[in-house]
Design a protein around this ligand. Structure first.
Ligand SMILES: [Zn+2]
Length: 219
């Protein structure tokens, strides 16, 4: 299902320099701007659309309709995950003009807005949700003054098993990231006291070079 945002801001330019936005999920949701919250009123058409199939009670269901539903489900899933996501947002592969158009067209039939809107917001998503982790990967320390990202809250449960009750539903995908908010304060205490998640052993220099020498040179 897709939702629309209030007072949509202008499209961020792909690969360009969008207006600076503070790190996405690292911020306290109570400080979000109005255009970052779900607009419940303009989402009504999307919600109603999902109830539309219930009219089958009156129309009956033919096998043709069942097949059409199954086929459209898979076609649109490929158009969104392979087209909007992997192709348009991440440029994971190359396509000619015609298949590009076909994927874009099929994607629009999934009612998730157009490829430009989807791609722009998805790139924003990665730009800001990955920022904190990228900073830590490049050697930066955890900033306990900021809203902790979800991976750090989950990790903190290793230091304090009492956090498990709050963290487990999120790690099993039974709860949204917002369910971790009550664990923020305790997790921050843990990091402020100096605890850090254990870093798993990485490959040695020799192992890396043997992997690299086995990989055929890119064309
Ligand atoms: Zn992505």
């Amino acid at each position: 299902m897709s939702v629309t945002l209030e007072h949509e801001s202008p499209l961020p330019r792909a690969g360009g320099n969008p207006a600076p936005v503070p790190a996405g999920n690292s911020r306290d949701p109570s400080t979000w701007a109005p255009n970052e919250h779900i607009n419940r009123r303009s989402s009504i058409p999307f919600i109603l659309l999902h109830f539309l199939p219930l009219l089958a009670v009156f129309t009956g269901v033919t096998w043709r309709a069942v097949w059409l539903g199954v086929i459209l489900y898979f076609v649109r899933m490929v158009a969104i995950t392979g087209g909007y996501h992997r192709y348009f947002s991440h440029r994971s592969f190359r396509l000619g003009r015609v298949p590009q158009f076909v994927l874009a067209f099929l994607g629009t039939t999934a009612a998730q807005k157009g490829p430009l809107w989807w791609t722009a917001w998805h790139r924003q998503h990665h730009r800001y949700t990955d920022t904190d982790r990228m900073r830590r990967w490049s050697g930066g320390d955890i900033d306990v003054r900021r809203w902790l990202p979800s991976d750090l809250i989950v990790a903190a449960a290793q230091a304090d098993p009492q956090l498990r009750d709050l963290v487990d539903p999120y790690t099993t995908m039974d709860a949204l990231p917002s369910s971790l908010a009550p664990a923020q304060a305790r997790a921050r205490e843990i990091y402020a006291a100096g605890w850090r998640p254990p870093v798993p052993d990485g490959p040695t220099r020799e192992e890396l070079s043997s992997v690299l020498s086995r990989t055929p040179a890119a064309a």
